[in-house]
Structure formats: structure tokens, C-alpha cells
Design a protein around this ligand. Structure first.
Ligand code: WQD
Length: 345
């Protein structure tokens, strides 16, 4: 029985594939390569010694999606495929709703046709309404503030309606806080398109000399040093949370949400300091105005995942920073094929 990973070439998807293969699962990946590089597939094979069956397929292509289910006996779907940039979603809402919501609808219809009704879904902390400074639990009020977050919330609601219509479905909604870091090998990691939106890849690109300085978006928030506080979680801890969720959906029915975070918040300047400590690199930064849409504080209460999945984040902030730095140092331009060694004759 196989695990189908949609969007398995991406940052979190590729790290999850490594852990799935290392734990004996048969893995099939479908990805349209819109936000990932096929080289990560070769790196996954290098790290695990296992082959992945890969389909270059877009979720919106129902016929090709059905081929995957015809050709493989799929037990569980881990659904990462989707656009994920908050700022871009504000500029292109229709593109985000079509890709993220319509794509998931098509996936669910095909799963239903082939009687595959177990899913782990890549959701996000952005489904929560404006947060205060207390830890966020799964019962918090839902209410996204941007099209990206709303697309995730819509999909969660679709899954609840689906289960209400057919109690054979079993779906885990994993609400990620701030994934950062990379596999300790330095062979897979975060490879954003263009200028990074997120904090850690921006810091590592400053450290490696690709970018001049970090822009700190505001230091007038009601936080200890005035800069934004977030719950950063190591991407390998996040990947391992998916394996726990697979065990859960194989043994239960229903739709359940789980926060995947550490339960501890760090400010932007604390992240800069932690990174400088592990990298011995000085990160130049300039404090500018707040970024529209940012909240002051966002961190998880991860106790439900510990109680019901038996999952706890184990990697600390220094390990997150050192693993992120190793990836960036070894891959200054992300996933580009190493030029062939020049053999002098
Ligand atoms: C973190 C902190 C910024 C960049 C986003 C998505 C969310 C999720 C995780 C998918 C904030 C500050 C950032 C920079 C900065 N993705 N910052 N300078 O916004 O918490 O969450 O990524 O699920 O959906 O919204 O992450 O890394 O962009 O920002 O000062 O160049 O770093 O203000 O306080 P965010 P982030």
C-alpha cells in the first residue's frame, strides 16, 4: 500500500518523503514543478537509497490524476500541493482559489471514485483569526485575513462537509506555524523562487552574500524587543508530525486539526542573534515599517498533537539555524545541478 504525496517536490514535501522512505513506506509523488525542483527528487534518493515513483502532474488535470490512482494502490494521501505566498495571494486571489481549492476538490473527487478516504492535509496557522499574545489552541476562532489563509480554511470546511456526508473519511488537518531549517545533511532545504518572503531564507541569503541586509519589518510591536514573535519549527520535526498523522488516519475516522509548533515564540532579533551565534556570520539589518498583514505574536499550544498523535517538536532554535545555514552554504543558489567536474587532460 502506498502513500501518495501531492507537492512532494517542495520544501516540506521533500523532507516528509525522506522520513516516509526511512520508515519503510512506499512513496509516490505527484507535483507540477511550479514551486520545486526535480533535483530534490535525486537528493531524496541519495539520502534514502530508495526510488520514488514520480508523476509530473497538475492537480487540476483530473484524467492524469485518475491515472495515478489506476496505476497504484494508494492507502493514504498526504496533500501538500498548493500555492503558499500570503502577499502573492492578495495580488492573485482567483489563481490561489482555483489552484488550492478547485485542485483539492478534484483530488477529493478522484479519491472518492477510487475509495481512498484517508488524508493528511497541509494547513496553516493563518486559518486562525487575529491572535493576541497567548498560545493558540485548535479551538481558537477561525478567520483568515488573506486569500491564501482563506483557501486553507475553505479546504478545511470542505473536508468537514465531506465527512458529514460520508463517515468513512479520515482526515488530519496539520496547522503549521513557521517551518524553517533543513535536513541535517544539507542536501535538501528551502529553495524559494526569487527574493524570499520568509525570514529564515532571507537571513541565510544575507549570510551567504546573496542579499545585502535584512529588512526588519517593524520594532514597535508589543513584544519584548518590539519585533514580531513567531513559533519556528524545524522542518524535520514537521515532517515527522506527518508520519504520526498517517498512523492516526489509518486507525480512526473523522476530521481533526492539530497545531504543529514548538509552543515557544522567538522575535525577529532573537532569530538574528541565534543565527549569528551558530554561523559566526554578522547579519546586517535595517529596521523599517511594519509589513501589512503581520501580527505581533503567533505561537502554538501544541498539547493536542502531543496528546492525540504522540508528537512533540524536539529540535531547538540553534539546530534550526545551523541546519538552515548548512543547506544555504552548500547550495548558495539552491537546487541547481552542480556543474560537471572539469577534467584537465
Ligand atoms: C516571520 C517574522 C515578519 C521577513 C508566513 C506565512 C504563513 C506560513 C509561514 C505557510 C514576522 C518578520 C520576515 C523579512 C522580517 N506559511 N520578517 N523581515 O509571516 O509569520 O508566516 O510563513 O503556511 O502562512 O504567512 O512568516 O517568515 O514571513 O515572517 O522582519 O524579510 O519575520 O514581520 O514577524 P509569517 P515570515
Amino acid at each position: 500500500m502506498a502513500i501518495l504525496v501531492t507537492g512532494g517536490i517542495g520544501y516540506i514535501g521533500s523532507h516528509t518523503c525522506v522520513e516516509l522512505l526511512n520508515n519503510g513506506y512506499e512513496v509516490i509523488v505527484m507535483d507540477n514543478l511550479s514551486n520545486g525542483n526535480i533535483i530534490s527528487l535525486h537528493r531524496i534518493h541519495e539520502l534514502t537509497g530508495n526510488q520514488i515513483k514520480f508523476y509530473n502532474v497538475d492537480l487540476l488535470n483530473r484524467d492524469r490524476l485518475e491515472d495515478i490512482f489506476l496505476e497504484n494502490k494508494i492507502d493514504v494521501v498526504v496533500h501538500f500541493a498548493g500555492y503558499k505566498a500570503v502577499g502573492e495571494s492578495v495580488e492573485m486571489p482567483l489563481c490561489y482559489y482555483h489552484n488550492n481549492v478547485t485542485g483539492t476538490l478534484i483530488l477529493c473527487q478522484v479519491m472518492q471514485k477510487f475509495n481512498v478516504k484517508r488524508m493528511v492535509f497541509s494547513s496553516s496557522a493563518t486559518v486562525y483569526s487575529v491572535r493576541g499574545d497567548e498560545p493558540i489552541c485548535e479551538e481558537f476562532h477561525l478567520g483568515a485575513t488573506n486569500p491564501y489563509g482563506r483557501s486553507k480554511l475553505m479546504v478545511e470546511e470542505i473536508f468537514r462537509d465531506l465527512y458529514a456526508s460520508d463517515n468513512n473519511w479520515s482526515i488530519c488537518l496539520l496547522r503549521y506555524f513557521n517551518p524553517i531549517g533543513a535536513h541535517p545533511s544539507g542536501r535538501i532545504g528551502e529553495d524559494p523562487n526569487g527574493i524570499p518572503n520568509n525570514l529564515m531564507p532571507y537571513i541565510t541569503q544575507v549570510a551567504v552574500g546573496k542579499l545585502k541586509e535584512l529588512r526588519v519589518f517593524g520594532n514597535d510591536y508589543p513584544t519584548p524587543d518590539g519585533t514580531g514573535v513567531r513559533d519556528y519549527i524545524h522542518v524535520v520535526d514537521l515532517a515527522l508530525g506527518h508520519l504520526k498523522a498517517i498512523e492516526k488516519v489509518k486507525s480512526t475516522i473523522g476530521v481533526e486539526a492539530y497545531n504543529l509548533g514548538t509552543g515557544r515564540g522567538y522575535s525577529v532579533l532573537e532569530m538574528v542573534q541565534a543565527f549569528e551565534k551558530v554561523s559566526a556570520k554578522k547579519i546586517a539589518y535595517n529596521i523599517i515599517g511594519r509589513r501589512p498583514g503581520d501580527v505581533a505574536v503567533c505561537y502554538a499550544d501544541p498539547s493536542k498533537a502531543k496528546r492525540e498523535l504522540g508528537w512533540v517538536a524536539e529540535r531547538g532554535i540553534e539546530e534550526m539555524c545551523s541546519d538552515a545555514w548548512r543547506w544555504q552554504l552548500n547550495n548558495p543558489n539552491g537546487y541547481i545541478e552542480e556543474p560537471p567536474a572539469i577534467i584537465k587532460v
